[in-house]
Design a protein around this ligand. Structure first.
Ligand code: KIV
Length: 293
């Protein structure tokens, strides 16, 4: 048998990765499923996730190849004008999720179970998640908590609803937790690891790690067979998520340190609105070419 020399032999990642199948940049046009996410972890592929709350924005991200979109309850702060995620209702999530599903054809759409829609127990969680799957057409749901949401995750997964778990800073607990880095110190780090393992054992297909030390996120990532999705959790996570209005500079105000801003939509939109207003006030708009006769 002919042996390839080291120079001819493909690098380990090339050997494992068929680029036509990658989550980002892959050629597939069917909708991505949680099985594709599992396969990506197996071949060591990193992938991006963005939030989306409406059909038009989601269609832009879908065309850009973003493989997973989260209809986050961050919609509360970033879309619906609430101060926190706590007031967001299941009805609101169903409407936003359905719009995002309609705006996309390839991305896996994950919807947040909002505060109060699963904490009562597994049956309430199943009823809420079923609405998002049946009415809105999402492919998976996300819920906060590891050990504390174990029974909910188990029942959803057994019922055929894929679950993404959310650990670290869990914004629905802002009233008890605040917005602080989580998992600092030995006991807190052990608890986070236990939570992650418990989410995996319950059948979650991925775990979001929000605002946890990078070293701890790396350890969790190495310890799990399912992917970690980091936000403020360092570079070793399998995937990274950002809130789209932060990433594109629409949110305004001071951004957390972990946000990288890729555009200044707030500036672009504000300038465009002012230019329009000045045209109207000054009589430059509508011009002859905008009129019908
Ligand atoms: O609601 C949300 O946008 C989230 C992300 C921050 C992960 O949960």
């Amino acid at each position: 048998m002919t042996q390839l020399s080291a120079a001819q032999s493909p690098a380990p990642t090339e050997r494992k990765t068929d680029s036509s199948k990658t989550l980002y940049g892959g050629k597939g046009t069917r909708r991505i499923t949680v099985r594709d996410i599992t396969a990506a972890k197996e071949r060591g592929e990193k992938w991006p996730m963005l939030t989306a709350y409406d059909a038009m924005t989601a269609s832009v991200f879908d065309e850009a190849g973003i493989p997973v979109m989260l209809v986050g309850d961050s919609a509360g702060n970033c879309h619906l004008g609430y101060d926190t995620t706590v007031p967001v209702t299941l009805d609101e999530m169903a409407i936003l999720s359905a719009a995002v599903v309609r705006g996309t054809s390839r991305a896996l759409i994950v919807a947040d179970l909002p505060f109060g829609s699963y904490q009562e127990g597994p049956v309430q969680a199943l009823r809420s998640a079923t609405r998002l799957v049946k009415e809105a057409g999402v492919g998976a749901v996300k819920l906060e908590g590891g050990e504390r949401s174990l029974a909910q995750t188990e029942l959803l997964v057994q019922s055929g609803i894929p679950v993404m778990s959310h650990l670290g800073l869990t914004p629905q607990s802002v009233n008890t937790m605040g917005y602080r880095v989580q998992g600092r110190g030995e006991e807190a780090a052990h608890q986070l690891l236990r939570d992650a393992k418990s989410a995996e054992a319950a059948g979650a297909f991925a775990v979001v790690l929000e605002l946890v030390p990078a070293e701890l996120a790396a350890e969790v990532t190495r310890s799990l067979h399912i992917p970690t999705v980091g936000i403020g959790a360092g570079s070793e996570c399998d995937a990274q998520v950002l809130v789209w209005t932060d990433m594109l500079g629409l949110t305004g105000g001071k951004m957390p340190r972990f946000v990288k801003q890729y555009a200044d939509l707030r500036g672009v939109m504000g300038d465009a609105a002012k230019a329009f207003a000045e045209d109207v006030v000054g009589g430059a708009f509508p011009a002859a070419e905008h009129a019908v006769h």
